[in-house]
Structure formats: structure tokens, C-alpha cells
Ligand binder design. Structure first.
Ligand SMILES: Nc1ncnc2c1ncn2[C@@H]1O[C@H](COP(=O)(O)OP(=O)(O)OP(=O)(O)O)[C@@H](O)[C@H]1O
Ligand SMILES: [Mg+2]
Length: 279
């Protein structure tokens, strides 16, 4: 009999694997009396092909969670998977390659290189990986982001919204499995912010990407398919099909939960606010 070297039906498992997954994920900064438990045994799955926003008060662990999910920082304990790869057990070189080949990043501060044109900035991840650009995909990104007339400009010749759209094209050029965005609209006026958010949503709905975004803005979060609420390093709410109103209600719920003096930590109930229907 011919025996398969692989476990039974591995494809079924792979197809069901979330794009990103954390189990008992814990991050403690510092030691002794100065120790801060930034993440406390977080369990969460991020579905492939979905746009998720992470919200919560300042210091609740949003950036820490995103950095651990993206392999930018080490966990104290617990595991993170990207697809079926456990990234918490990878060495530095493998992690560097994984970030380069399988993850895209968008930061609040754009992080474009000033001496390079927009096109050179977009293609930089491929240059660093020694990969040839897929011209059709570049054209799709540039057209979808409305950057056709801007690709020979340097960042200083672009508006904030244009610079962030260039940063998004750079994050997507290598077709990463997951794009992580930490407050991508934090430095933008509301119109540019809306353009960037519309594009992130289109990149999920039309281009099949997976996006995980940290934001403070309920209107921005409402562009997502799901809003995850963090408080004190724990998951404190999970809102499907969010609207600005349901997100605000969820955030208000956190405030109410945090308000009473002497509330035992670890007893935070999970808020589950669901909006009526999809936009
Ligand atoms: N490098 C670090 N060293 C020590 N403590 C840290 C470090 N980074 C974060 N922290 C602490 O961990 C906690 C979570 O921080 P984190 O940056 O994840 O919060 P956040 O939810 O992203 O907040 P914000 O909305 O202000 O960006 C905070 O108490 C913070 O002070
Ligand atoms: Mg942060």
C-alpha cells in the first residue's frame, strides 16, 4: 500500500487555518515591581480575507499585540501562528525572511525613504528580497490607489494622504498574507483618512487581502468587518459588522467596566455588541 508522508487530510486543516492566531499570548515588559503585563493570555484568531480593527484605551496593549502577531517583538509566553507557521519558535533569520516575504506593514508615520521616488519606495521590499516586480499587480495597486500621476514624485512632493497610499502600495506589493496597520490614518485629515480606509477595505473585499489595523477612531474602525476591543491586555469585546455607533457603545462599555473602584482584575466580562446588518 502507498502511504502518504503527510498527516491525514492536511489540506482541510490548512484551508481552515486563520491568517493569524494567538494562544495564551502574554507579554511582560520589565521585571519585579516595574513589570508591566501588556498582554495577558490573549487567545484570538484573525480570519483570512477579513479586515479587523483593534481598539481600546491607550496602554491597553494594541500595539504590543500587533507587534507580536507580526513577529516584530518576542512574546514572554504563548504562541503566534501566521497561517500554519508558528512564528514564536522561529530564529532571527527565519523571522526576518517571514516578515519580508509574508507580512506587510503600514505605520502612522508612513516611513517612506525621502531620497526615493514613490515607485522606488513601493518596489523596495521586492528589491530587498531580490524578487522581480509583478508589473500587472503594481499597475493594479497604483490604479486602485489613484497614484498614476505620482509615481515619479519624492515623498516631500506628496500630500500626507498620497504618502500613506504609497506606503500601502509598498505594504501590498509582495502580496503578503497579512497586512498590519498601526493607526494608518492617525496623521491624516479626515478626507485622506477616508481614502486610505476605503482602499484598505477594497484590498480585502476585491483583492482578497487580510488586514489587521489598530485605530483610536470609531469611524475608521467601522470600515472593518470586525472590531476587537482590548482592555488591560485582554480581549474585552468582539464586534461583528461594526458601525460607528456600535463601536462607540463597545468603547463606552469598557469605560463603564473600568469605572467602579475595587473591580477585581481578571473579572472583565466580554462585551458583545453587534450592529444591525452589513453596510
Ligand atoms: N518597550 C516597553 N517597555 C516597557 N513598557 C512598555 C513598552 N511598550 C509598551 N509598554 C507598556 O505596555 C502597555 C501596553 O502598551 P501598548 O503600546 O501596547 O499600548 P497601546 O494600546 O498601543 O496604547 P496607545 O493607544 O497609547 O498606542 C502600556 O502600559 C505600556 O506602557
Ligand atoms: Mg499603540
Amino acid at each position: 500500500m502507498h502511504t502518504s508522508p503527510r498527516p491525514a487530510d492536511p489540506t482541510a486543516v490548512d484551508a481552515a487555518a486563520p491568517a493569524s492566531r494567538a494562544r495564551a499570548l502574554t507579554k511582560v515588559y520589565g521585571t519585579g515591581a516595574a513589570a508591566v503585563r501588556a498582554l495577558d493570555a490573549v487567545d484570538v484568531d484573525f480570519a483570512s480575507g477579513a479586515f479587523t480593527a483593534i481598539m481600546g484605551p491607550s496602554g491597553s496593549g494594541k500595539s504590543t499585540l500587533m507587534h507580536l502577531l507580526a513577529g516584530l517583538d518576542d512574546a514572554t509566553s504563548g504562541t503566534v501562528h501566521l497561517g500554519t507557521t508558528e512564528i514564536t519558535s522561529l530564529g532571527d533569520d527565519a523571522l526576518t525572511r517571514l516578515r519580508r516575504d509574508r507580512i506587510g506593514f503600514v505605520f502612522q508615520s508612513f516611513n517612506l525613504l525621502p531620497m526615493l521616488t514613490a515607485e522606488q519606495n513601493v518596489l523596495l521590499p521586492l528589491d530587498l528580497a531580490g524578487r522581480a516586480p509583478d508589473r500587472a499587480w503594481l499597475d493594479t495597486l497604483v490604479a486602485t490607489l489613484g497614484l498614476q500621476a505620482r509615481m515619479t514624485h519624492r515623498p516631500s512632493e506628496l500630500s500626507g494622504g498620497q504618502q500613506q497610499r504609497v506606503a500601502i502600495a509598498r505594504a501590498l506589493i509582495a502580496q503578503p498574507e497579512v497586512v498590519f496597520a498601526d493607526e494608518p490614518t492617525g496623521n491624516l485629515d479626515s478626507r485622506s483618512g477616508a481614502e486610505v480606509l476605503s482602499f484598505l477595505r477594497r484590498s480585502v473585499r476585491e483583492l482578497g487581502r487580510t488586514v489587521i489595523m489598530v485605530t483610536h477612531d470609531p469611524t475608521a474602525a467601522a470600515y472593518a468587518d470586525r472590531v476587537l476591543l482590548l482592555a488591560d491586555g485582554r480581549i474585552a469585546g468582539d464586534i461583528a459588522d461594526p458601525s460607528p455607533e456600535s463601536v462607540l457603545a463597545g468603547l463606552e462599555g469598557l469605560r463603564v467596566l473600568e469605572a467602579p473602584a475595587g473591580t477585581p482584575t481578571g473579572a472583565t466580562p466580554v462585551v458583545d455588541v453587534t450592529a444591525g446588518g452589513r453596510r
